[in-house]
Design a binder for this molecule. Structure first.
Ligand code: ADP
Ligand code: MG
Ligand code: MG
Length: 213
């Protein structure tokens, strides 16, 4: 059973890497408005390295949690940029909380998403409204926890949380960035969503089917 779940996690990373490759120029253009334009490139590099490391870990017989932790290390190492460090560390924390033993319960899956968010908050120190990926991630984590606590299936809870994240990412267009490289050009950023929040909402929506199958 734990091998099957490790395979699902590997598929989730493969989906992530393909999605980001297809979105590279869109995310780069979005980051170029007030940042340095490398968000697409960084996410592509990081997710490709993560996918490769996960495939190698799977070959070695790693369980889901160890596979995701190794993927996180590769992401942080290869992406470059703020978002890469944060995604990589978050993914490692997600894997550590998830563990290798067996298909996680819904509560453990939600707690693993929370560990991902906590680790990124700890490192990045961004709060809601700062116009960062946290503006999509924290509503996602809260929505997932709430729905799972009230008995929703993982599939329903995950897709509802992904909708919340997508709306929250779009709503960052109205914010001025208070953290990261876009801060000096805050006024130029008005009217455009945060690239890191946008990519996070896209990735979480795309990986849902792998975690809920
Ligand atoms: P860089 O800014 O180093 O070029 P990227 O362009 O890959 O890195 O990523 C930019 C994104 O990183 C931003 O859109 C934002 O979502 C996210 N970000 C920046 N600083 C922080 C932070 N302190 N905490 C959380 N996310 C952050
Ligand atoms: Mg950038
Ligand atoms: Mg950069």
């Amino acid at each position: 059973e734990s091998r099957a779940y490790a395979a699902q996690c590997l598929n989730a990373l493969d989906t992530t890497s393909s999605l980001l490759r297809a979105s590279e120029s869109m995310l780069g253009d979005m980051d170029a408005i007030a940042g340095d334009g490398d968000h697409g490139r960084g996410m592509v590099r990081g997710s490709a390295a993560a996918n490769e490391a996960a495939a190698a870990a799977f070959e070695r017989g790693a369980g889901a949690g160890s596979l995701l932790a190794a993927a996180g290390d590769a992401w942080a190492d290869k992406a470059g940029g703020t978002s890469g460090v944060l995604w990589g560390a978050g993914l490692r924390a997600f894997g550590e909380r998830l563990g290798d033993a067996e298909t996680p319960t819904p509560v453990v899956l939600a707690a693993s998403v929370r560990a991902f968010a906590d680790r990124i908050a700890e490192l990045g120190k961004a709060e809601i409204g700062d116009k960062t990926m946290m503006d999509a991630l924290l509503p996602f984590a809260a929505s997932l926890e709430e729905r799972i606590a009230s008995g929703a299936s993982v599939g329903d809870a995950w897709s509802a949380a992904a909708d919340v994240a997508r709306h929250a990412a779009a709503a960052t267009a109205d914010l001025r960035p208070l953290k990261g490289r876009a801060r000096p050009l805050a006024e130029k950023s008005l009217g455009t969503p945060d690239p890191g929040a946008t990519s996070l909402a896209m990735v979480f929506a795309a990986v849902g089917p792998h975690f809920t199958a």
